[in-house]
Design a protein around this ligand. Structure first.
Ligand code: SF4
Length: 384
């Protein structure tokens, strides 16, 4: 994306971060989706319909405890209330339009939303964890030069109910009904903090005892650097934060991530120092390694200096090529040498192996334009 356009869009999305309408407020004539409601809101809505407020907790138990997919299945509610709910509320989830499984077990879901827009979610199994990578927007306006999603531009923000629905749809793809994810990362399509009001609402449903009951410690939200919103996120939700840093100087970062012109590194680091971190909590800095762009020994030294005053750990990520991109991944030897220099500078740094690359499910590869009906040779494809 042209940098000037990206910057103009940034101005818009940053305003939108504070003014996005809430998910429970649908367009005229459209039924509100029940997955966007908090317990107090549903209590209030049911009372307005002449029902006792305690019914709301029963409904939530069916939605998130038993995970039924129809109001008719809520067998301890009076039949009249089930009918009222059916008339008043939408209960649909994003539909799994396609599921691709990579040779390393990573599963990419193509999800279709009610307006036929498409997003991707990725299930990443590992020895001791099962992670879901969640999307927060259809496309993205941030224009990062190393990311395939950026090529789509921003089509729209996801509603809170759609993010919650994305998680429920992915849970439905696991082998056993009792199986759950150990970790949730908002690192799919989109910049989550550019859709903050709806993200916060989705996180509330995910972490509430009346909702999914997921510990905030198991959730990580990744941003490319929306500094002021980062502080609100940590203060208001208690989840973990990852910052996609990409480069240790403004000159490099301006080229790779246009948001840096709005929030340069000094402002970003200042926000990181002010974050309401819990004891032993650290900020994860994601660093995509680009050959001859940000992978020199000098870059490593600058990174050590930059992060010296922040409670930080660094994830070094292999760049995943996609069509039409002008970058190359750093060699393994370079990445390991870079890591060793960070260690020497007393920074915790891990190398993140690329997963799901053969189905374009790896970091920075999510993009859904024209994917309906596409068939990848050599993949196990379960089309629905
Ligand atoms: S890296 Fe993240 S913020 Fe940047 S364009 Fe891609 S999805 Fe958007």
């Amino acid at each position: 994306m042209d940098a000037a356009i990206a910057l103009a869009l940034l101005n818009w999305v940053i305003v939108d971060a504070d003014s996005t309408p809430l998910a429970a407020r649908p367009a005229a004539g459209v039924k509100p989706n029940i997955y966007g409601f908090s317990l107090p809101e549903l209590e209030e809505a049911l009372e307005a319909l002449g029902e006792p407020g305690y019914r709301a907790r029963q409904v939530m138990r069916w939605l998130y405890g038993k995970r039924v997919r129809a109001f008719a299945a809520m067998s301890d509610l009076p039949a009249s209330l089930r009918e009222t709910l059916e008339v008043q509320y939408d209960m649909s989830l994003p539909q799994v339009a396609r599921a691709d499984v990579a040779t390393d077990g990573v599963k990419k879901l193509l999800l279709e939303l009610s307006d036929r827009e498409l997003i991707e979610s990725v299930i990443i199994p590992a020895k001791d964890r099962l992670t879901l990578c969640v999307s927060s927007q259809v496309g993205c306006s941030m224009g990062c030069a190393f990311c395939s999603t950026a090529r789509m531009g921003l089509r729209r923000n996801l509603h809170a109910a759609e993010m919650v629905g994305e998680v429920l749809a992915a849970l439905g793809e696991l082998d056993h009904p009792q199986e759950v994810f150990t970790n949730y990362v908002f690192m799919g399509m989109g910049e989550p903090l550019a859709n903050y009001a709806r993200l916060r609402r989705a996180l509330a449903v995910m972490t509430a005892e009346w909702g999914m009951g997921i510990s905030p410690r198991r959730i990580t939200v990744s941003t490319v650097g929306m500094a002021p919103v980062m502080e609100r996120l940590l203060a208001e939700t208690g989840v973990n934060l990852a910052v996609s840093l990409i480069a240790p100087t403004d000159a490099q970062r301006d080229q790779l991530a246009p948001i840096n012109r709005r929030f340069p590194l000094a402002a970003l680091m200042e926000s990181c120092r002010r974050l309401a971190l819990k004891r032993r909590q650290r900020v994860t800095f994601e660093y995509v390694m680009l050959k001859d762009v940000n992978d020199s020994e000098e870059d490593a030294r600058k990174l050590v200096k930059l992060l010296g005053s922040v409670r930080a750990k660094v994830n070094l990520i292999f760049f995943n090529r996609f069509e039409g991109v002008g970058f190359e991944p750093s060699t393994r030897q370079t990445v390991e040498r870079f890591q060793a220099m960070l260690h020497k500078g007393n920074l915790t740094a891990t190398i993140r192996e690329s997963r799901g690359r053969d189905i374009a499910a790896a970091c920075g590869q999510l993009r859904v334009e024209g994917q309906r009906g596409r068939t990848d040779v050599g993949l196990r494809v379960a089309a629905r």
